[in-house]
Design a protein around this ligand. Structure first.
Ligand code: AMP
Length: 420
């Protein structure tokens, strides 16, 4: 039997895994520096949560969810995104009674049954932030800045464009959708099937559909139909982004795929590939939709698979390296080296050693395969003299040193410098 991985899933290892680790390290750092708390929510939830939270009319709910009946006859769904689950956790754990605003971040896998294409998987990874309890445009700024800083810290920001839009509040949207419905009334028959459905169920999504562009040329846009408050908020977002020197583009076609957004929405899009690496916005009605009291909320999600794909294109390497690889000739040398290795690790020196009892030459070959920066040779002579030969593999300089971890750490530093 030849068992292969399920379509749309991936195994991540070696160089790719190093890239993911670097991205995750930067995420953790940026979130810590912004005083955001990490949250972990379940991979599966009651199906009802996503139907209500993400929206009955969305592509995710109608076409893409992994929903199954568990052995107890309950309908469960693998999370297609995190926001609904985080809101459920917010309500279930009484976060509303914590100091406001409640600021959370997550990182994990999400599942959508999608058609396979570049950067699109059925199991993919998302990092995101959710901020509850802030009605001010300042929360949108905080969300955009965190996303930008993560993307910047891994050198991606100059490959990306920040696009922003405002899709208004419930009030201006109600008026706008009437206007849009009126405008499209005698045109909708000639439009694509998806838009025909959206006209009935989710008319705002007609805005970001890429079909029938001729008809859409003079379509009223929500951005031009905002109430005073929404207009003001959007102006504040823009002027704050200006003051932070963050480049952005207003894109009136961004409405985001999920039902729950309002006011400011944004996306980070690849300049070369026209592919979104992430996006988010304000969603002031979702907490109430899921059974809570009305609570302001802002959030975003970035796709780690797409970020990693772009990191790969940069030809940057976040490959892990080994500071010190011990080459030993026999069990006695292994014992000495292993003890020394434990002390070096306590000094944050990444250390490895032969555990296959291989020949001297085979150990050297392995050291070069794993890109060890230095090798520490303990052979017969070294054992007798109670010393180690440390050799820098990049510039071939070498010295002997006492079997003392602190001394060896200094020696490694010194040899590294010789190559500079
Ligand atoms: P969304 O919630 O659809 O806006 O997704 C946010 C981000 O998650 C996107 O910009 C992508 O980077 C990522 N993403 C969404 N769906 C997928 C997928 N099927 N495969 C890989 N990444 C995805």
């Amino acid at each position: 039997m030849n068992i292969t991985r399920a379509k749309g899933t991936r195994d991540i290892f070696y160089d790719e895994m190093d890239n993911f680790s670097k991205i995750e390290e930067e995420i953790r750092k940026v979130c810590m520096l912004h005083n955001i708390n990490e949250i972990r929510v379940p991979v599966f939830e009651q199906a009802e949560l996503f139907a209500r939270g993400v929206g009955d009319g969305t592509d995710i709910v109608t076409k893409e969810m992994y929903t199954f009946e568990d052995r107890g006859g309950r309908s469960m769904t693998l999370r297609p995104e995190f926001t609904a689950g985080v809101v459920r956790a917010y309500l279930e754990n009484g976060f509303a009674s914590k100091a406001s605003p409640v600021k959370l971040w997550y990182n994990g896998t999400a599942y959508r049954y999608e058609k396979m294409q570049k950067g699109r998987y059925r199991e993919f990874r998302q990092f995101g932030v959710e901020i509850f309890g802030a009605s001010s445009y300042r929360a949108e700024i905080e969300a955009i800045v965190i996303a930008k800083e993560v993307l910047e810290s891994i050198g991606l920001m100059n490959k990306l464009k920040l696009k922003i839009n405002s899709i208004g509040c419930t009030e201006c949207r109600k008026k706008y959708t009437e206007k849009l419905r009126e405008y499209l009334k005698d045109k909708i028959d000639g439009m694509c099937t998806d838009c025909k459905n959206r006209y009935e169920k989710n008319i705002m999504r007609i805005i970001d559909c890429k079909e029938d562009l001729e008809i859409k040329k003079s379509m009223p846009m929500i951005t031009d139909n905002l109430c005073e408050e929404c207009k003001n908020d959007f102006e504040n977002v823009k002027s704050m982004l200006d003051s932070l020197n963050i480049d952005y583009e207003i894109d009136k076609t961004i409405v985001r795929g999920l039902d729950y957004y309002n006011k400011t929405v944004f996306e980070f899009v690849s300049k070369d590939l026209d592919l979104a690496v992430g996006g988010g916005g304000r969603y002031d009605t979702l907490v109430e939709t899921l059974g809570g009291t009305p609570t302001n909320a802002v959030g975003f999600a970035l796709g780690l698979d797409r970020i990693e794909m772009l990191v790969k294109d940069l030809n940057k390497s976040y490959k892990k390296y080994v500071d010190m690889y011990f080459v030993v000739t026999d069990d006695e040398a292994f014992k000495v080296a292993y003890n020394l290795g434990e002390k070096l690790r306590k000094l944050d020196i990444i250390t490895d050693i032969d555990i296959l009892d291989r020949s001297f030459n085979a150990q050297l070959k392995y050291a070069s395969k794993i890109n060890a920066k230095n090798i520490g040779i303990i052979g017969e002579n070294e054992l007798k003299a109670g010393i180690i030969t440390v050799k820098n593999m990049e510039n071939s300089s070498q010295v002997t040193a006492d079997l003392d971890a602190k001394v060896i750490k200094d020696v490694i530093k010194l040899l590294n410098k010789k190559g500079e």
